[in-house]
Ligand binder design. Sequence first.
Ligand code: PMP
Length: 391
Amino acid sequence: MLEKLQAQSPDALLALIKLYAADERADKIDLGVGVYRTGQGDTPVFAAIKAAEARLVEEQDSKSYLGPEGDLGFVHALMPYIFGKDATMGGRIEGMQTPGGTGAVRLAVAVAQKAGVKTIHMGVPSWPNHAQIFSDVALDVRTFEHANEDGTANLENVLGAIRTAQENEAVLLHGCCHNPTGIDYTDEQWDQIAEALSQSKALAILDIAYQGLGRGLEQDAYGIRKVLAAVPEALIAYSCDKNFGMYRDRVGALYVMMKDSSLLDPVLSNLNALARASWSMPPDHGGAAVRVVLRDDTMTALWLDELETMRTRMRQVRDHLAAAGDVGTLDLRPLGQQNGLFAVLPLNKDQIQRLRDEHAIYMAGSGRINIAGLHMGNIEKFIGALEEVTS
Ligand code: PMP
């Protein structure tokens, strides 16, 4: 029976990792896979996480099961960073731990679908797994162009989607550091998005996977907090895999906000049942380490410092690229206004192939680059290569 299955094309980015690894040129540059890298090209474990892990080894006295909701100490410790001072909005928000932000997005749309949502609106391009997850839970996906050609967000398109969305429809929004474009809504645009959502019957699903890597922890939460203040209910998918460097440990959480705290329990019981049927309970270690960090002032200060170092390094790379201005046919200035790990360069397939073949520069076929793959030792080579392939 299984032989009836059609082969699926391999994940393009994972294939790129293999090609990059096999390239023997010493000055090769990896702008493909979406992980943070230091100026030396490493993706180290945070010192704050190392400290927390040491404490966990010392103090953890059982690995007995928790439950589908995972480590609620972790889930709650994160909330003030995401939602602000009134972290539960008067008891209206509760959450559960998930296997990464991917698990959170998956659970969000699964519960939305169970509640009757049939269609989801999203800007494109988006993180490729969004469309994959949505089609896997049989949602009808309606897309709109996220960005304008000048590298700014297209406000009219998202407002149009929100205004036309009916009951039983959802709208997906990236909280900050849009993947793949790096193009975020401005605060003024978020004000208008929140206002439009407050008039809409659509369910807001907010995906926040890079908090602290754009404008700063607080500033990166502006949009989601604005939306949550305006709507009666929402789902918020959160990933700690970038801002705590946990990647393979799969650390995430899904939060639900309801109009009234008394409405939370039925939703949470559905989330628990869906989680139970999918992965039973999330992996513990990473979430526990983040909890230990956030409950200890010294470790928290260390984490905040490490996060800020990452953010400012990526900002420097962006400023450097933006200062190059016109490069061949490209205008790199907008990169200075954009946020986070990613940007999309308007390169064609041939130019992307030439960058790889002639300059050992590896990027996704979509033209997405990982900003953190660049540093002061390779950025001039990169700019020179862009000039060459686009002139
Ligand atoms: N949402 C977005 C927008 C992402 O870019 C990512 C991952 N890069 C995720 C969710 C999921 O993150 P993870 O599962 O690795 O925590």
